[in-house]
Design a protein around this ligand. Structure first.
Ligand code: TXA
Ligand code: MG
Length: 346
């Protein structure tokens, strides 16, 4: 465990970073912060190391990983070509929470790409992540650093809760800023296709590329999603979660109040995912947790996984969650909530 939260300049030279990078070069696993969530990193070029990542997380191994790079030169070792769409999107959003799916160079990163002929790559916008990748001089395969099926970690503490004893170390850079994972975009076709909504919005992408398509599997539990990872039940809290809609905020909070009262009558321990604007509406023997402000959805995304973990700690039997408008970062929030709730709406 290395606390590097307060270091600002010359990160590459710090012994903690050097030590962590050296462990990566020796095919050990290191968790590190990115601007989205903490990643569980390993040498992406070494199939056996990638295998260790799947084992540490308990993750199904047909689900490919993202390779993290620190500069454009690392891209050439991994992709067979850079489509024009890719140039424009990298220019606009790298480093940043945008993962691009490229045509893969044959023979490399077989395990990380789960045998596909495409490879997902991103350049994270976090000084610690960049310094670590630079020092390791390797493309780093890194899924979120949680046990499979648990909410993604937004603090080093979350990482240790899930993975202590299974990894060689964790770099603690404090809480992450964005709080939900990167947007995954397939750029191998004519129109960019969003496979997973995240930190960069569809609107931001459309500003660069004109057109943008969204995989219809993203917000429903029925349609088979194109991104291999989206088909699994993800981000699942231990209590059964119900999403609650309403034509107005008042109707939504009223539905939650009614459902919560009934659940308590049935002897259940009830959690409510609320917001700064609404938490006062839920008077009763409930575990009410505030997840940011409705008028600032970025603040909701930032706290979302922390709040889901909090409900687990409180051992609630059932969670009633407020819902949020689609569009902007709201799409990523609703995607994660829908997955966490297994598609269940009240
Ligand atoms: O923000 C993030 O992206 C975090 C941080 C650590 O960088 N990482 C992350 O990785 O969320 P992971 O493994 O949890 O999610 C990778 C996603 C999965 O949905 C996977 O199916 C998709 O990217 N993916 C990876 N390679 C792909 C490919 N070649 N084609 C389509 N989807 C791919
Ligand atoms: Mg994940």
């Amino acid at each position: 465990y290395w606390n590097v939260d307060n270091i600002v300049d010359g990160l590459e030279d710090y012994p903690q970073i050097q030590e962590a990078a050296e462990l990566l070069r020796r095919n050990e696993l290191i968790a590190f912060p990115t601007e989205t969530v903490y990643g569980l990193g390993g040498n992406g070029m070494e199939d056996e190391t990638v295998e260790k990542i799947y084992t540490a997380k308990g993750r199904p191994s047909d689900n490919p990983l993202i390779l993290h790079i620190a500069d454009r030169m690392q891209l050439d070792e991994l992709v067979s070509e850079v489509p024009p769409l890719g140039e424009a999107l990298m220019e606009a959003f790298w480093p940043g929470p945008l993962t691009l799916v490229f045509p893969k160079k044959s023979g490399v990163a077989m395990r990380a790409s789960a045998g596909l002929d495409t490879v997902a790559i991103r350049m994270p916008d976090h000084p610690l992540a960049l310094a670590l990748i630079q020092a390791a001089r390797l493309p780093i395969a890194a899924p979120s650093a949680n046990l499979s099926g648990r909410p993604s970690p937004t603090t080093a503490q979350h990482v240790l809760e899930d993975l202590d004893g299974r990894i060689a170390g964790v770099l603690d850079g404090g809480p992450t800023g964005i709080g939900v994972e990167s947007t995954v975009v397939d750029i191998t076709g004519d129109v960019p296709m969003i496979l997973r909504p995240g930190g960069i919005t569809a609107e931001q992408i459309a500003e660069i590329t004109g057109e943008v398509a969204i995989d219809p599997g993203i917000l429903s539990e029925e349609a088979a999603p194109k991104s291999p990872g989206m088909k699994y039940r993800h981000y699942a809290p231990q209590g059964q979660m119900w999403l609650v809609r309403g034509d107005t905020i008042e109707e939504m909070t009223k539905s939650i109040r009614n459902a919560a009262r009934r659940a308590v009558e049935e002897g259940k321990k009830v959690g409510i995912l609320a917001t700064k604007e609404t938490f006062r509406e839920y008077d009763g023997e409930y575990t009410v947790i505030t997840c940011g402000e409705r008028r600032d959805l970025i603040s909701v995304a930032r706290r979302l996984y922390y709040v889901l973990r909090q409900f687990d700690q409180e051992s609630v039997d059932v969670i009633f969650a407020e819902t949020f408008p689609e569009g902007g970062v709201g799409t990523a929030i609703m995607n994660r909530l829908t997955k966490a709730a297994g598609g269940h709406y009240l």
